[in-house]
Design a binder for this molecule. Structure first.
Ligand code: UDP
Length: 474
C-alpha cells in the first residue's frame, strides 16, 4: 500500500469562478466539517495513483481540502494481476457489458478476499478508530466491513454505472453487495446507477469534478500548446520548437522533456489543420476503434481534418489490464486502412512517468483540438468531457451515462443518440468544423456549465456535507 503525498492548495482561488453564493456554501461546509472531524482524518483509498478519472480527481483536488484545514490523506492499495483482471471484469459488468460472460465464482471471491486481507494489514497501521474512510470503486469495496469494525466511518464511492441495468450489472452487484452493506453511506455519480441492493437512505449523488487550476486545465497559450504538440511529435516540426516550460504545483519550473509514442505516417502537417480529438484510456468502452471507423467512413465530409486518438502509455496504468490489447487492436485497424486515411489518423500514447508533464500534454491536445469527441459506449461520468467543456471546446459525445447530465444536446455540445450513429457523428463534426459561430456558442455555454456544476469546490462541499452528517449521527 502506498501513501500518496498531497500538496496544500488555496481553495479561495476558485471564488471568482464559482461565484459568491457557492463560495459561501463551500465555506460553511468546510467550517462544519472541521468541527465535526475534530482532529480526525479523512482517508481516500483507491487502486491506482495514475490513469483514469479517480486518480485525476484525488491527485488534483484533495490538496484544496487540505489547504482549507481538513486533514485528508490518500492511500493506494496493492493488487496482483488476477485481482485486477477480476476487478476490471466487475467494472465492465457494472457498465452493463458482460465482459467474458463467465459470471463470478467462489474462487473469484477468494482472489478478492486475499488481496483485501493483505491491504487491510497495512491499512490498520494507518487508519485510526474515528477516522473517515472513502473507498473508491469495486477494487476497495471489500475493505468496508473490516474498517467499520475497526471503528472508522466508511463511505463507498462508485464512479461507474449503467443507465439500463441488465444481467451483467445484476451479476456485478451480486458479487459486490455483500461487501457493501457495512458502509455507512454510498456515493454514486447518477441516481439511476444505484442498485436495489443498496438502501436508498444511505445514498448520496455527487458528480465528479475537475481542478480549473491544475496543469491540465489552467490557461495555456495557443503558441505553447503548439510547441508542446511539436515536441511530442504530433505536429510537424519547426527549426525552433517554442517554449516548453511549465510551472509545477510546488512552484518550481520544469520543461516538457519526454516525447509521445505516436503511430502515424507523418505528423499533422500544419497548425491550421483542424484536429478532431478523443483523449481516453485504451479501454473497450471508450471505443477508440469505433471512432476511427466513424472518422474513416465520414472522412470525405470532414475536409482536411485529422483524427487524433490519445491515451496513456499502456505500461503506466497498473490497474487496467486491457490497455495494451486495445491499443494493439487500434494499431492493427489503423494499419489496415487505405493510405490516404492512415495519413489523417494519429494514435498517441502519452508518457505517464511525470504526471504534471502528462497533464500539460493533455491540456495542449485539448486546447489545440477544433472538436473534442467522447464516443464512449458507456461512461460513468466523463472527466475528459468536462475538461474539454472547461476549455470551451465544442464537444461531440455519446448520450450515455453521466455525459447526459454534463451536456444538454445543442446547448453545451452535441449528443449522439447512440454511440454507433456514424452518420450523426459525421454531420455534427462537419458542422462544427465549418460553422465557427456554433462551435463558439457551444464552447461558451459548455464552460459556463462546467463552472456552475463540475468544479472541485462543489464536489468537496457535497462530500464534506455528507461526512459531517454521518459524524453528527455518530
Ligand atoms: N487522462 C490522462 N492522460 C491520458 C488519458 C487520460 O491524464 O493519456 C486523464 C483524462 O484527462 C481524465 C482522466 O484521465 O482526467 C479520465 O477520466 P474519465 O472520467 O474521462 O474516464 P475514466 O478513465 O475514469 O473512465
Amino acid at each position: 500500500m502506498e501513501r500518496v503525498p498531497l500538496r496544500t492548495q488555496t481553495l479561495s482561488r476558485f471564488r471568482r469562478l464559482i461565484g459568491p453564493r457557492e463560495s459561501s456554501r463551500v465555506d460553511d461546509a468546510l467550517r462544519v466539517a472541521r468541527a465535526a472531524l475534530d482532529g480526525r482524518r479523512i482517508w481516500h483509498v483507491n487502486s491506482t495513483r495514475l490513469g483514469g478519472g479517480v486518480a485525476e480527481m484525488l491527485n488534483t483536488l484533495l490538496g484544496y481540502e487540505r489547504g482549507a484545514g481538513i486533514a485528508v490523506g490518500w492511500l493506494v492499495i496493492d493488487g496482483d494481476a488476477p485481482f485486477f483482471a477480476l476487478t476490471k471484469r466487475i467494472h465492465n459488468h457494472l457498465h452493463g457489458r458482460n465482459g467474458d460472460g463467465q459470471g463470478f465464482t467462489a474462487s473469484n471471491h477468494r482472489t478478492y478476499a486475499r488481496v483485501m486481507r493483505r491491504n487491510l494489514d497495512n491499512l490498520r497501521g494507518t487508519v485510526r478508530a474515528g477516522d473517515v474512510v472513502i473507498l473508491h470503486d469495486p477494487q476497495t469495496a471489500g475493505l468496508a466491513a473490516p474498517l467499520r469494525r475497526a471503528g472508522a466511518t466508511v463511505i463507498w464511492r462508485c464512479h461507474v454505472g449503467s443507465d439500463r441495468p441488465n444481467e451483467a450489472v445484476a451479476a456485478a452487484w451480486g458479487f459486490l453487495a455483500p461487501y457493501l452493506d457495512a458502509a455507512h453511506a454510498h456515493i454514486f455519480s447518477r441516481g439511476c446507477y444505484v442498485p436495489d441492493a443498496l438502501a436508498a437512505a444511505r445514498v448520496a449523488i455527487i458528480p465528479p469534478a475537475i481542478d480549473a487550476f491544475s496543469l491540465k486545465n489552467a490557461p495555456l497559450s495557443r503558441r505553447r500548446a503548439r510547441a508542446v504538440l511539436r515536441h511530442i511529435g504530433l505536429l510537424a516540426p519547426r527549426p525552433w520548437t517554442g517554449d516548453l516550460r511549465f510551472r509545477r504545483a510546488d512552484g518550481s519550473w520544469a520543461r516538457v522533456m519526454r516525447r509521445a509514442d505516436v503511430v502515424q505516417m507523418e505528423p499533422v502537417p500544419d497548425v491550421r489543420t483542424p484536429v478532431v480529438l478523443q483523449v481516453s484510456r485504451w479501454d473497450p468502452l471508450k471505443d477508440m476503434a469505433g471512432l476511427m471507423r466513424a472518422f474513416a467512413a465520414q472522412s470525405r465530409s470532414l475536409g482536411d481534418a485529422h483524427l487524433v486518438l490519445a491515451g496513456p502509455d499502456v505500461s503506466g496504468v497498473t490497474d487496467d489490464p486491457e490497455g495494451a490489447g486495445i491499443l494493439r487492436d487500434c494499431i492493427a485497424r489503423w494499419s489496415a486502412l487505405p493510405r490516404a486515411l492512415r495519413a489523417r489518423i494519429h494514435l498517441v500514447s502519452l508518457p505517464m512517468a511525470d504526471l504534471e508533464e502528462n497533464a500539460v500534454m493533455v491540456n495542449a491536445l485539448q486546447r489545440h483540438a477544433a472538436v473534442v469527441v467522447q464516443k464512449s459506449l458507456q461512461e460513468g461520468f466523463g472527466l475528459t468531457v468536462t475538461e474539454a467543456m472547461w476549455k470551451r471546446r465544442p464537444v461531440i459525445a455519446s448520450a450515455v451515462g453521466g455525459i447526459q447530465d454534463q451536456i444538454a444536446d445543442g446547448v453545451h455540445g452535441v449528443l449522439l443518440g447512440t454511440p454507433g450513429d456514424v452518420a450523426g457523428f459525421g454531420a455534427a463534426a462537419s458542422r462544427l468544423l465549418s460553422d465557427r459561430g456554433t462551435a463558439r456558442r457551444l464552447g461558451r455555454n459548455a464552460q459556463r456549465r462546467a463552472a456552475a456544476h463540475y468544479l472541485g469546490p462543489t464536489q468537496s462541499r457535497r462530500t464534506l456535507e455528507l461526512v459531517s452528517a454521518l459524524l453528527a449521527r455518530g
